[in-house]
Design a protein around this ligand. Structure first.
Ligand code: KMH
Ligand code: ZN
Length: 273
């Protein structure tokens, strides 16, 4: 099996300080969190930023400052910016940080109910974002919340809108998308073409079991406060790094090597180090 790429989604757009008191919000807090995650075994940071008031933001200057702060502490890490932003954010704003040419960016493959909201991803916007991602020489991570989105991705591949290398991220457990039951993950994994990489981000209580299955199945793993704030039922995680450390321990026990950022770069095919 390939070495395990651990991604940490350290902040997200929805998680609040009320639900997770140790949520990193400022560029410096995010950089400190990213450094701890990398030391614990993460090679990719999935990045959302917040404004001065702690609200989700797609402000390019905030992304620039955060990326600089992270790179100062851990120059080797792969930064994957979010083009999903927060529910309700305009597509133009969601695309803005792409001109910073991060190494990776998320690309969401469809619209879904997102808890009590709707996360809109019109086909023309998916195509537009994909074009801007490739124009900036960025590798997209394809965010898939249910089977129909994976099938949409295959249609975009056929049309040449999505180009290799392919890195599918199954985000399971969003109320409105597929739940994080093992059968759902297996259904998605069986459909992934040979040679493509996949990872799983389980939301809430699904994070740990899905991550464990992914380690065994040859997939990759995303953890972090964007998706889950708990260490175990009723116990908050003390940091993002604590969640990464557990995945590293599990991988060690299960005999799966954990990728360094350099190994992750080679596997994903990242071009903008
Ligand atoms: N905040 C969610 C609505 C991404 O980063 O691309 C979307 C999201 C996906 O977080
Ligand atoms: Zn995200």
């Amino acid at each position: 099996m390939d070495p395990l790429i651990i991604t940490c989604a350290i902040t997200g757009a929805e998680t609040t300080r009320e639900s997770q008191p140790n949520l990193p919000i400022t560029p410096e807090e995010q950089a400190i969190a990213a450094e701890a995650c990398v030391k614990a075994g993460a090679s990719v940071i999935h990045l959302h930023v917040r404004d001065e008031a702690g609200k989700p933001s797609q402000d390019i200057e905030r992304f620039r400052a955060t990326i600089q702060a992270i790179k100062k502490r851990v120059p080797e890490v792969i930064i994957q910016i979010s083009t999903g932003g927060a529910v309700g954010e305009s597509i133009d704003n969601r695309a803005k940080p792409l001109t910073l040419k991060p190494e990776m960016a998320s690309l969401n493959l469809g619209t879904l109910n997102f808890g009590d909201d709707v996360f809109y991803n019109h086909p023309k916007d998916i195509v537009g974002l994909a074009e801007r991602i490739y124009q900036n020489d960025i590798i997209p991570e394809l965010e898939i919340y249910e089977m129909g989105m994976l099938e949409s991705a295959f249609r975009y591949v056929k049309k040449g809108i999505l180009k290799p290398p392919f890195h599918y991220q199954f985000v399971l457990g969003v109320p409105g998308g597929m739940s994080g039951e093992l059968e759902n993950l297996l259904h998605l994994v069986r459909a992934v073409p040979t040679g493509a990489h996949w990872g799983v981000a389980g939301v809430g209580r699904y994070q740990l079991p899905l991550a464990t299955h992914a380690i065994l199945l040859g997939g990759h793993v995303r953890v972090g406060f964007e998706d889950n704030v708990y260490y175990k039922k009723g116990v908050l995680a003390s940091s993002n790094a604590q969640l990464v450390e557990r995945i590293k321990r599990l991988a060690d026990e299960l005999g799966r090597e954990v990728a360094t950022p350099a190994q992750a770069r080679a596997l994903i095919g990242v071009k903008n180090p």
